[in-house]
Design a protein around this ligand. Sequence first.
Ligand SMILES: [Zn+2]
Length: 500
Amino acid sequence: MARGGKREKTPLPPGVHVWHGGFTCKLEPTTTHAQRCARLGGARRHVYNWMLDRVNTNNKTWQEQRAAGVPKEERVPPLDNRESHDVFKANFPDWWVEAKISFWVYRKAIDDCCTAFTKFTHGEASYPVQARKSSGEAKFSFQGNDVVLTEAGKIRLPTIGWVPIVGSPSNLADLRRKLRRGRAKLLRVTVRRHADGSWWVSGIIEHQARTQPKHPNPTNPVVGADRGLKTNTIAATSAGTVVAELGKLQQHKKDRNRIARLSRTVSRRYQPGKPAEEQSANYHKARKQLGKHHERTRLRRQDARHCLTKTLTTTSPVIVLDGVPTKMMLSNKHLARDTSAQGHYEIRRQLEYKALWSGGQVIVADQFYPSSKRCSQCGWVKPKLSLSERAFRCTHCGFTSDRDVNAAVNLAVWGETMLANPDLSPAAITGLLCVYPTPGTGTHPAGQEPTGSTPANHNNTSLCKPPPGGGVMGGSRPVRRSRTRLVPSEAGTVSDIVGD
Ligand SMILES: [Zn+2]
């Protein structure tokens, strides 16, 4: 939906690199600040819903024209976000002008709506719905130039004023120093209200650095990180040493019971058919309490994830992740709730940007690499491994290990093979690492074939490509190429980074 060409960027001096970082902190607004924030949140919601209606009407017209047999060239064109900016600007509501709301608020709301539709078209999100006041969440953005962040412990937001910041985050002191010296600039600042009613501010920073990042511990080996349900993440080297572990992220039983009780209270106090504004005060009170508990759980989980990703990226220069998409794990209805609580994608996202900061890299293994089913000792791939089997027992060499540690070791091996053979495709590395021993060569315990193995999975060479038509996972799925993401280690030092 974007219009126009890309703007030419001024080339950087040699040896200078541009970095993007971010910060998040909690605000401590006064009642007036909170009211102003809520008003801006409402203005943003108004524009978002206005744009959503425009797109829906446009889509409907297009469909009607198609049904009526209008040629493709004569149907209504898709909406453009820049054109929508101009349309909204030409028809500002009176209250918008009176409140002197920043132009950035409506621009970002229109762009957000367009992004939501793009995500829907790419199959990454469901169809965009109207932003509702009753959801309790609100957000709006400003251009970085309009925000002042030079005073310790507070931030000045346009039309809101100086708002105190909770605590004194050390990364903000670092950022302030860079802003003062002109070594960094704020690109965008977003203010957001969370479910418990607290206000948070986050920003995107661009800064320049002269030095290349160098991992503080380059001798540390490649580490494989297996993400699962019983254990959130377990990281191990190819030698089998566990370097980091994060247990299953779940609510404590006490919290779970309290949330269930509060949810019941909210539904009991809800009066059907009435809009949110006409619901009772006690209903809103219960909703606020429920939001508070959800927020506490969210913060606790996020803290655990940050601890893990920081440990991993500062101790290991190369981190190998499994390539199984989280979407696939979410499709199991019995595991979906626990899977989404783990935040596997969030862990991957954090690892990717933190590895970049520390001079390391994150490799994502082939989607069809059987990291759980492969024996880390002999390379034998189990034809079947149920979720209830918590220990990995190799029927080929007798090796026994914890299931998750075995998977993490296999991922580390995948990463080492990939780095040693950069020309090989991910699928070829998977084929290289999965051994199919000759049947009846006497290497199996008591000369027996491993249970459940099929002749199709056994070739006469010890190292071979995966069997045609039957992937290494043992099913009928063909071996497909998957994306391997290498995060290049370019630019910047650890001290140059503003943490999040
Ligand atoms: Zn084995």
